[in-house]
Design a binder for this molecule. Structure first.
Ligand code: FE2
Ligand code: FE2
Length: 258
């Protein structure tokens, strides 16, 4: 089975770039299952219901979120009834939405979870390590996939080693920059520290660069706005899972600049 995982899709350019490349890759690579990080889909912050449905129409199986889960307030209208939508599992217990989704694919159960890091991240966040242990004990599944949404490379690498062999695909999101460390770990898990983003190439991780440069140089206060012009980047991974052993056999990175 081939699983395609696409990193943080950012605003207008991210959506067009996603749609264009997904069509092509789905056919050429014969993809069976698709997971996308959608936390920046709607104007760079959050995911509205129209965009959530737009993902499903294109065959996406599960959409994960992140620290921007609730940035677009319209999510509260539909998050509790959206079966394919996952926010970080280690958010406070009373948080809206859910931290994992189990999907049946041709008789194989696939559980996609999301954890958010504690290092350099804000908010009330429980240990992603302890919460993952708890989830794995309570939710039985043939295949597990984890989107680790974190800033620190060290935390993600430590997490990868901790759950090597227990979670078939462990991948990072949130930094929006693809790392060059994709590999199969000793216990058989496919791992990458960050998949990278899908959207504008020319901004600063998606945001118009003049706004960010002005902040650093002149204490600028202009509100963040997406970079909506120029070249795009599509960043993703494809992981192959052996249907019989249910182990990851191959991880391949994709980076397309257009
Ligand atoms: Fe993001
Ligand atoms: Fe994020």
């Amino acid at each position: 089975m081939k699983i395609l995982i696409v990193g943080d899709v950012f605003s207008k350019l991210g959506r067009s770039c996603f749609e264009r490349n997904l069509k092509r890759i789905k056919e050429s690579e014969k993809i069976n299952f698709i997971v996308v990080n959608g936390e920046n889909t709607s104007h760079g912050r959050g995911l509205n219901e129209g965009h959530y449905r737009w993902y499903l129409e294109q065959g996406v199986n599960v959409i994960t979120l992140g620290n921007h889960s609730y940035s677009n307030k319209s999510i509260f209208k539909y998050i509790d009834e959206a079966p394919n939508l996952v926010r970080p599992y280690n958010f406070p217990d009373n948080s809206r939405g859910k931290g994992y989704a189990t999907v049946n694919y041709n008789g194989i159960s696939i559980t996609v979870m999301q954890m958010i890091g504690q290092v350099f991240m804000t908010g009330e966040i429980a240990s992603p390590f302890l919460k993952t242990k708890e989830l794995l004990e309570n939710v039985k599944s043939d295949i597990y996939i984890c989107d680790f949404h974190g800033e620190a490379t060290s935390e993600k690498i430590a997490y990868g080693y901790t759950f090597d062999g227990a979670i078939q695909i462990i991948y990072g999101t949130h930094t929006h920059v693809q790392t060059n460390d994709a590999r199969i770990l000793e216990g058989g898990s496919a791992y990458i520290t960050d998949v990278g983003m899908t959207g504008p190439l020319e901004g600063v991780i998606g945001v118009r660069k003049d706004i960010i440069l002005d902040r650093y140089m002149n204490n600028g206060v202009e509100k963040f706005s997406p970079q909506d012009e120029g070249k795009t980047q599509f960043n993703a991974i494809i992981v192959e899972i052996n249907d019989a052993t249910r182990k990851a056999t191959k991880i391949q990175t994709i980076k397309i600049v257009e």
